[in-house]
Design a protein around this ligand. Sequence first.
Ligand SMILES: [Zn+2]
Length: 275
Amino acid sequence: MSHDASLWIELIFVVLLAAALGSFANVLIYRLPRMLLRQEGGADHQNAFNIATPASFCPQCRHPIRWWHNIPLLSFIGLRGRCAYCQQSIPSRYFWVELGTVVWALLSVWMFGLTWQALSGFVFLYLLWIASWIDALHFLLPDVLNAALFGIGLMVVVFFAQGDVWMVLMRALLAAAFGYLILWLPYFAYLKWRGVEGLGLGDCKLLAAIGCWQGIAAVPNVLLFACVLALVFGVLLASLRRQVLRSLKIPFGPFISAGALVQMLMMHGHFKLFV
Ligand SMILES: [Zn+2]
């Protein structure tokens, strides 16, 4: 087989795998916040499920979804974004989440080739992608996602460590602590000053986990990118909706994630995802 042909087969494999993982991302985005909110509030029998059961169903008519209606990307296009049973429209989010996952996988492969680095880069973006959607939809950054990002980040840093593993580990932990504090200070100040949370502790944990992956020098960059992006978004949204910027509530998680993506793209020049 020629080199080109095998490359295409590998790329198709990456796309199929990423699309399937995108489908799983949709499951997490739908179920994870509902599971967490159910733990906090009273039992809601309609939402009594975990990640694995029951099988996928239409959120509107609750009809179980057949596997051929559940093929990533294609089914949404084939059904023209409508449930096959009740004909109600399926949120286009399902499509974008899957497409985004494929894009992150291709971006990782483009940056690092078919390597372990590409795999870890993809895992990094995949977790940020899921966390961002949950935050955008529910103003919630689940601890379990932050913990996964942090834990996997530590493992990845150790895996790619050159030289003293303990030094690398300590540097990652220091970066995480710095990431947490740099957001916790304004969080705490705002809480004392206004009596309400302007940020969430989830945002602090997210930046801590990102610090673990990208290193201490990246933390201020990620935060700066996040603030600029959030400000631009806020001004645009406020002008579109003619709403006062002060009364606008914007989840910060997606912007921190986008900041980490920008940082990753910038570090690509040095071919370093991790410091
Ligand atoms: Zn339906």
